[in-house]
Design a protein around this ligand. Structure first.
Ligand code: P5A
Length: 421
């Protein structure tokens, strides 16, 4: 991709109303464009990151046998009247009418719809267990949309729904999802902190939130100081709770062993048994011909919020420092002097060799070297290949690591081999 053709409207100005680093940097890097309170357009850089995150999530879902679908964003009110949530969901639900005055809503979540699909097609225990998920837009009319896409009204969520025959199977599914979420967040370059949680509007009696530690997080977490070094298995049971669940009087951890940190909630999983299957009369016949209501759970990841959370965890005073797994490009080539023939030849040779195998942005804009370096630091692509006139005379280019600042001199063929192994 040539930078001159790439739509990334970067800016030097610090947006006045953006209170946290990720919001400021997403605006300055030309990643998002606000269209209404809590509602954002995702421009090319941000879209590439959303797609990277989504791909990793899908790969990990695939490994545990979840199947990808698209439920709908518009749902008939009837489904929610059946579950009993149409009234209780309150003002966060965006309610709509079609031309025939039929009542609809824009999905804040899809438990009802998943249950409806299940009851239409699965009538026997032989069709179970089953787990469906999607990555789709949601709308919640939050009272206080905040921090850019971090707490939006429209946001992208991975939401999964599981159907098991009995409690033991449902419990195993919940465990699998828990471990799979840990893996997913690690692959995204993050350190997840799972905490026991309340199940709120979704309902049910077993629930965990997954947080990323960040000073700008909206939740306060209380956890055993052993948590950072715990094994993935131990993470499920070690003491860790968010705000409302912490009571100093009943907390089993002595004060001196308790850590308190702010966290950003990037995932939330629920086991709620037969709450929806019973309310919506979704049942199967077991091997004895008895009627059984499936044991269900739902599992959410804030895909768009993750973009903000990753930036909160990965930035410095000059801009974003993307982890390699979610970076919008693998490398950026900075041609510091586009009118210099040697620079142009070397930069183009690298670009031609790499671009069929890697995602490479080539900055060949006719602007100053300083502006190019500043933009590259701002948008935070992990590797910068810097082609400048002095080094070019000696057939050398620089490979710079955006995060560490470490610079290595290399020849053109060494650079090419470094990226195409
Ligand atoms: C689980 C999947 C649910 O909705 N139903 C389907 C369950 N859970 S949840 O906790 O309410 O949301 C899941 C994750 O979505 C993110 N999220 C948001 N992201 C941005 N802006 C918002 N307003 C917002 N609300 C929720 C969070 O990461 C949450 O963990």
């Amino acid at each position: 991709m040539l930078f001159s053709k790439f739509f990334a409207p970067t800016s030097k100005d610090t947006p006045a109303d953006a209170q946290i680093a990720s919001h400021r940097l997403m605006l300055r890097a030309g990643m998002i464009s606000q269209t209404a309170s809590g509602i954002y357009c995702w421009l090319p850089l941000a879209t590439r990151v959303l797609e990277k995150i989504s791909r990793i999530i899908c790969e990990e879902q695939d490994k545990i046998g979840a199947q990808k679908v698209y439920f709908t964003t518009i749902q008939p009110a009837d489904l929610w009247i059946e579950s009993g949530r149409y009234d209780s969901y309150g003002k966060e639900m965006l309610r709509l009418k079609d031309r025939k005055d039929g009542e609809f809503l824009y999905s804040p979540t899809n438990e009802e719809q998943a249950t409806d699909v299940f009851r239409k097609y699965v009538h026997s225990y032989r069709g179970m267990p089953i787990m469906l998920y999607q990555i789709h837009w949601k709308f919640r009319d939050e009272i206080r949309p905040r921090f850019g896409i971090m707490r939006g009204r429209e946001f992208l969520m991975k939401d999964g729904y599981s159907f098991d025959l009995n409690f033991e199977d449902a419990r195993r599914t919940y465990r699998n999802i828990f471990q799979s979420y840990i893996k997913t967040f690690r692959r995204l370059g993050l350190t997840p902190v799972p905490v026991q949680a309340d199940s709120g509007a979704i309902g049910g009696n077993m629930s965990h939130e997954f947080h990323i530690l960040a000073e700008t997080g909206e939740s306060t977490l209380y956890y055993d100081k052993k948590l950072p070094t715990a094994t993935d298995e131990d993470l499920e049971t070690i003491y860790a709770v968010a705000d409302e669940k912490h009571d100093p009087k009943t907390c089993p951890i002595p004060e001196e062993e308790l850590m308190i940190s702010k966290g950003i909630e990037v995932g939330h999983i629920f086991y709620f048994g037969t709450k929806y299957s019973k309310a919506m009369n979704a049942f199967v016949l077991n091997d004895k011909g008895d009627k059984v209501f499936p044991e269900m759970g739902s599992y959410g990841v804030g895909v768009s919020r993750l973009v903000g959370a990753i930036i909160e965890a990965s930035h410095d005073e000059r801009g974003i420092t993307w982890p390699e797994s979610t970076a919008p490009f693998d490398a950026v080539i900075l041609n510091l002097h586009v009118k210099n023939d040697k620079c142009r030849r070397m930069a183009e040779k690298i670009y031609d060799a790499l671009s069929s195998k890697k995602e490479v942005l080539y900055d060949e804009r006719n602007i100053t070297a300083g502006e190019k370096l500043a933009d590259a630091d701002l948008i935070g692509i992990p590797w910068q290949i810097i082609v400048g006139p002095k080094n070019a005379e000696n057939d050398i280019v620089e490979l710079k690591n955006r995060k560490t600042g470490e610079v290595t001199n290399m020849t053109v063929s060494e650079i090419i081999n470094r990226f195409i192994r």
